[in-house]
Write a protein that binds this ligand. Structure first.
Ligand code: BV8
Ligand code: ZN
Length: 227
């Protein structure tokens, strides 16, 4: 069994989604800020956005949807994988360990000078942009639009999708590739694809079951019923 999660699973923890209400920041769209070009043009602006998100995430707690996935991993003992597009780290804090992070981690920073990568949980970050010991500028350790996903994580995600018998798609608009290709890969390899989303998505017509509602409410009910 495997799952692909998106920003919707963290919405009930108070973390804004990308394309829903509240996803904008100072009227910027994520696609305007989450790019190497935006960072090159105005690193301070991009860092202000990430610093704002980090401050929200630092105050957020995993919700019932995150906890249900941690429960699923402990029940499935070694037969469950969680693939996430999210960078907030809430799945780790909920207790999942078998996690494939497709788009990186907002609590990791990388030096554009020497390439050093380290964990940084300072909130707020000051001064912006943060600097490496080598004097180089640090960037958020996430995958931006137009950047390749980490090859190992993507390969692992493809292999998981090909093997899954049940593939849960939770709280994602299924518009960002190549992550959005995973449910179709699972489907083409015979998996039962089950979606939970507040609204119909690009995936809904393909999914065997597409449930309308909050992940934090429906997933725990499914787990209770599945005992
Ligand atoms: C790449 C990290 C190779 C940073 C993000 C085809 C193949 C390959 C690439 C492309 C392609 N077509 C287009 C592309 C380019 C692009 C892309 O997909 N663009 C889209 C916009 C069309 N892809 C890329 O650039 C990727 N790179 O493929 O490299 C390459 C290189 C050069 C040229 C070509 C190819 C890199 C993509 C990664 C970008 N980084 N984030 C950060 O976080 O700051 S993407 C960003 O979107 C987040 O990671 C987010 O997770 C992701 C997807 O969004 P969702 O998670 O789905 O969130 P969203 O707000 O959209 O939806 C939330 C959903 O939840 C909604 O449906 C809502 O109804 C629902 N919901 C809300 N609350 C709840 C709920 N559901 C249930 N319960 C609730 N309570
Ligand atoms: Zn450095």
């Amino acid at each position: 069994m495997a799952t692909l999660t998106g920003a919707g699973i963290s919405a009930e923890s108070g973390v804004p989604t990308f394309r829903g209400p509240g996803g904008l920041w100072r009227n910027f769209r994520p696609e305007d800020l989450a790019t190497p070009e935006a960072f090159a043009r105005n690193p301070n602006l991009v860092w202000e956005w990430y610093d704002w998100r980090r401050s929200l995430i630092a105050k957020a707690e995993p919700n019932a949807g995150h906890r249900a996935l941690a429960e699923l991993e402990s029940r499935k003992a070694g037969k469950f994988w969680l693939i996430t597009q999210n960078v907030d780290g809430l799945h780790d804090r909920a207790g999942n360990r078998r996690i494939v992070k497709l788009h990186g981690d907002i609590w990791t920073v990388c030096c554009v000078g020497c390439g050093a990568e380290k964990r940084n949980v300072q909130v707020p970050l000051a001064p912006l942009p943060p600097r490496c010991e080598c004097g180089g500028m640090l960037r958020p350790g996430v995958v931006w639009f137009g950047e390749m996903l980490p090859a190992k994580a993507l390969e692992q995600a493809y292999a998981i999708a090909q093997r899954a018998e049940v593939f849960l798609v939770l709280g994602t608009s299924s518009v960002v590739y190549p992550a959005a290709a995973l449910p179709r890969i699972a489907f083409d390899h015979g998996a039962r694809v089950i979606e939970i989303n507040l609204e119909p998505t690009e995936l809904s017509s393909l999914a065997h079951i597409s449930l309308r509602g909050k992940v934090g409410e429906l997933l725990p009910q499914i787990l209770t019923g599945a005992r």
